[in-house]
Design a protein around this ligand. Structure first.
Ligand SMILES: [Zn+2]
Length: 291
């Protein structure tokens, strides 16, 4: 690429004033392919306009999760929460990325107690005092995606073991995000999540993980929540991904509901909890785009 050409990232700037130094830095790095260290493909690098668009989607997504917080009362059915969120997204000029994704029927995933993820909202699923509930929403806004989930405790109190799981799973996410650093490797995130989970006597779901997000709903790389530091894809400024550890009280093994094809449960029926943020890798660390 000529130094005076427009940069490949689509910024409209000259290459020499945009990603030339970035490309030089990657070229000079030694990748340990035996440890799975790989260069990030250019399609995963977001320019300033892309980032602003995902940030805007994230503001809407955060608002939807705030709305869910106000509905976590005993007796509320999960379809009514899904409906309220769909209305909110419509009012903001946004849509749920979940609805219709591989045939998924609803706008959100609402996963209670032993449901790990992909719980389908239903009139028949009624919140009870002390349930631990994950609401997961991906907003598509002006063609860009932001994805986050939070845990809620119905009625504000749960059994001590459930409250501890909810707290530790959040800490796992936070430690994973703190480990995400530019010019370091993806495996650092999972190593931090997994270490904290195991230190607390919990397991980490490995069948599902985080993912690149932004210009698409599910992009490269797959983000594992356990594993070894200094492995996997190089993290560089402009990458956007989710960190979303699913932490189980008992076994890490999960099953998928045979009837609906979506609902993921712990194999031993013990509790599971999950928090998820969409993060941007910056020059100096991370920026949280949806939480
Ligand atoms: Zn550029």
């Amino acid at each position: 690429m000529n130094r005076n050409d427009e940069c490949w990232c689509g910024s409209g700037k000259k290459y020499k004033k945009c990603h030339e130094a970035f490309d030089e830095r990657i070229k000079e790095m030694k990748f340990d392919f035996m440890r799975g260290q790989v260069r990030p493909p250019r399609k995963l690098i977001n320019n300033a306009a892309d980032i602003a668009a995902v940030r805007a989607a994230g503001v809407v997504n955060d608002g939807a999760l705030d709305l869910a917080a106000g509905m976590m009362r005993p007796g509320v059915n999960t379809e009514s929460i899904d409906d309220a969120i769909a209305d909110y997204l419509t009012a903001k000029g946004a849509v749920s990325a979940d609805k219709g994704f591989e045939g998924y029927p609803k706008n959100t995933c609402i996963s209670i107690n032993d449901v790990v993820c992909h719980g389908i909202p239903s009139k028949k699923t009624i919140l009870k005092e002390g349930d631990i509930v994950n609401v997961d929403i991906t907003t598509k806004y002006n063609g860009y995606f932001a994805d986050a989930s939070r845990m809620y405790i119905v009625g504000g109190h749960a059994d001590a073991n459930a409250e501890r799981l909810v707290r530790v799973s959040r800490e796992c996410m936070e430690l994973g995000i703190a480990a995400a650093k530019p010019w370091h490797f993806l495996g650092d995130i999972g190593a931090a999540c997994g270490t904290h989970a195991r230190e607390n006597g919990y397991s980490v779901v490995t069948d599902l993980g985080g993912h690149g997000v932004g210009k698409g709903f599910h992009m490269e790389p797959f983000v594992p929540h356990t594993g070894q530091p200094d492995t996997g894809m190089l993290l560089v400024p402009g990458m956007i991904l989710t960190v979303e550890p699913m932490i189980n009280e008992g076994t890490y093994k999960v099953t998928v509901d045979k009837k609906d094809g979506w609902t993921v449960r712990t194999k031993d029926k013990k509790l599971s909890a999950q928090w998820e943020n969409t993060i941007l890798i910056t020059e100096t660390g991370v920026e949280i785009l949806s939480s």
